[in-house]
Write a protein that binds this ligand. Structure first.
Ligand code: F6R
Length: 603
């Protein structure tokens, strides 16, 4: 939700800020802007545009703005529609302070009233503008002290970047509840909402914790808590390759990320083995119940994880939407493990659910993709997926990587608790090592799936049905399709269809069945028959050479045969491709679908 970036150094800040914004565009893309301190340091120039970063870039093309200190923002509207006035950065009344902000200032109306009484005129409807005026109003002779004072007045969640004509040799970043990292360069330093924004300039980063403020100059970075106490922070070296954040010949990031899966699955298997999982398990010996909390695609991964953990490790598992879990009277104790799954590690719903349960005495374990993310630091234990940055708003490669970790977690826990033998673990592990090859085989069917997609671009509704372990894959297939193509789609357990959704089926309704030859195959076949009898259009994902399903279906996408339990790792790939191609045929912006943002840092 909104991306911010800031630069101080010897280069012209403008291209650095634009580069950073492009890398953060997945966080919001309805308007964008930059603020740069003119070389002499006595004026802040602000330029904004409604639309995407490329619109801002084109607009800035002929403007000769130069300065070595600046901040920038890409917006996902919360307060006020996407207009130039509401776009960030926001300037204070006298133009001495410029501010960018990600988050929500909950008491902004109260602060706005107070400032208006003092004669401050507001240019925007945003909550952010109060911050700029407040700093200007309170400033005496020290920017840092003023901002520290203001943190006591601001309620809500925020990551903020500030520059000022009062102290033009400083860039200040502060965080409470929304992510912010500091990038440490040579004779230059940066702040940003996320790592890809600084990768071109440095791979050395410091993720700020909540209630921390960073004071950056060209040659120095100092970090304090909100009481002004100095903090010693460890520098994290990230080895993400910059090319991972580029499209590399693909039309969209989402397409590239779908095709990266053989590698990201393999890397995650290797990465999992390098983590000391037994150490985590020995700290969790008394755990007798697991609650998985997550949102969206990560929630679907959690639903598959439940099957595996219960099947192998024999520990009862509940899966809950993080946004729902937090606000009910859930029951946890010191023997409950809250397992939070989040690609970004910054999703507010998931973070706050975990923090709440931790406070109530539960143990917390996070599974994240982003190193140094909030969830990874706030949890008792952390596991990683090894995907590199995921830029496409629709999660793809991180979903299959989450499944890999959940599967290995379940097997390792089962082995640790002596529910399965080492031989069984080894057998299943060896089989997992073949999954990247199976995924490659499915990816070779890209053209075939594209042709199927073409036939269904006019559909207005879709049903996705499956049973057992593949039921969450049906949910995921429906989510992928609706979020990038805007076609209405619902995922359902195939056995539930007869209890209601069957009424929707007629000759215009495409029904996607995930129907591998597993232990529920015969039951699924009956459900396919039920749809066929009502003239629904059947698209099936089936195991290679399954002629029964081929006969029953209008279109069949074959996937290789694997063990029943690991079909979800491969059965989702055709659904990702189907959604991608339908959305592309419809001319939708698949990397940045309307109304969505990659990292949802508001509740
Ligand atoms: C769907 C999608 C979202 C995210 C959800 C959680 O394609 O990307 O549904 O899965 O917003 O995000 P994380 O995993 O970052 O917590």
């Amino acid at each position: 939700m909104c991306g911010i970036v800031g630069y101080i150094g010897e280069r012209n800040a403008v291209p650095v800020l634009l580069y950073g914004l492009q890398r953060l565009e997945y966080r919001g893309y309805d308007s964008a802007g930059i603020a740069v301190l003119e070389k002499e340091g006595n004026k802040i120039i602000v330029e904004k545009q409604v639309g995407k970063i490329k619109d801002l870039q084109e607009y800035l093309w002929n403007k000769k703005i130069e300065g070595n200190v600046g901040i920038a923002h890409t917006r996902w509207a919360t307060h006020g529609p996407p207009t130039i006035e509401n776009a960030h950065p926001h300037l204070s009344q006298k133009g001495t302070i410029a501010v960018v902000h990600n988050g929500i200032i909950e008491n902004y109306l109260e602060l706005k009233n107070q400032l208006q009484k003092k004669g401050y005129k507001f240019q925007s409807e945003t909550d952010t503008e109060v911050i700029a005026h407040l700093i200007e109003d309170e400033y005496e002779n020290n920017l840092l002290e003023t901002i520290l004072k203001i943190t006591k007045k601001l309620e809500g969640a925020y990551a903020i970047g500030v520059i000022s004509t009062y102290e033009p040799d400083k860039l200040i970043g502060l965080r409470k509840g929304s992510p912010l990292i500091v990038g440490i360069g040579k004779k230059e330093n940066l702040i940003a909402s996320d790592i890809p924004a600084v990768l071109e300039y440095t791979k050395d980063i410091i993720p700020l914790d909540d209630n921390e403020i960073a004071i950056l100059s060209k040659d120095n970075v100092e970090i304090l808590d909100f009481n002004g106490n100095k903090k010693e922070k460890k520098i994290l070296h990230v080895n993400w390759d910059i090319s991972i954040a580029e499209k590399g010949g693909f039309k969209h990031f989402m397409q590239k990320e779908i095709h990266e899966q053989p590698r990201t699955i393999a890397d995650t298997i290797t990465g999992f083995s390098s983590q000391d999982i037994n150490k985590i398990f020995s700290n969790l010996e008394n755990i007798n119940r697991i609650i998985i909390v997550a949102c969206g695609t990560s929630y679907h991964a959690g639903l598959v994880g439940k099957f595996w953990i219960e099947k192998y490790a024999k520990v009862p598992v509940e899966v809950d939407y993080a946004s729902e879990f937090r606000y009910r009277d859930y029951i946890v104790d010191k023997n409950t493990l809250i397992f939070g799954i989040s690609q970004s590690g910054e999703t507010a719903d998931t973070r706050f659910a975990m923090l709440d349960a931790k406070e109530k005495g539960a143990k917390t374990l996070a599974l994240v993709n982003v190193v140094g993310s909030s969830l990874s630091r706030e949890s008792d234990f952390v596991l990683y997926t090894y995907c590199g940055p995921e830029i496409g708003v629709a999660a793809t490669k991180t979903f299959t990587a989450q499944l890999v970790v959940l599967y290995l977690f379940a097997l390792k826990l089962a082995q640790f608790r002596k529910k399965i033998s080492k031989d069984e673990f080894d057998k299943r592990y060896r089989e997992l090592l073949h999954i990247p090859t199976s995924v490659e085989e499915i990816l070779k069917k890209d053209e075939e799936i594209k042709n199927i997609a073409y036939d269904y671009t006019k559909a207005t509704d879709f049903l996705f049905l499956a049973r057992g372990l593949n039921y969450p894959i049906a949910l995921e297939g429906a989510l992928k399709l609706k979020e990038i193509s805007y076609i209405h789609a619902e995922g359902y357990p195939a056995g539930e269809m007869k209890h209601g959704p069957i009424a929707l089926i007629d000759e215009n309704m495409p029904v996607v069945f995930v129907a591998p030859k597993d232990y529920l195959y015969e039951k699924t076949i009956s459900n396919i028959q039920e749809v066929k009898a009502r003239k629904g259009k059947i698209i099936s994902v089936a195991t290679s050479n399954d002629n029964v399903i081929k006969e029953l279906s209008d279109k069949t996408i074959f996937i290789p045969k694997v063990s029943d339990e690991i079909y979800p790792l491969i059965s989702v790939i055709p659904l990702q491709l189907l959604a991608y191609h339908i959305a592309t045929f419809l001319g939708k912006d698949v990397d940045q679908p309307r109304n969505l943002a990659k990292t949802v840092t508001v509740e």
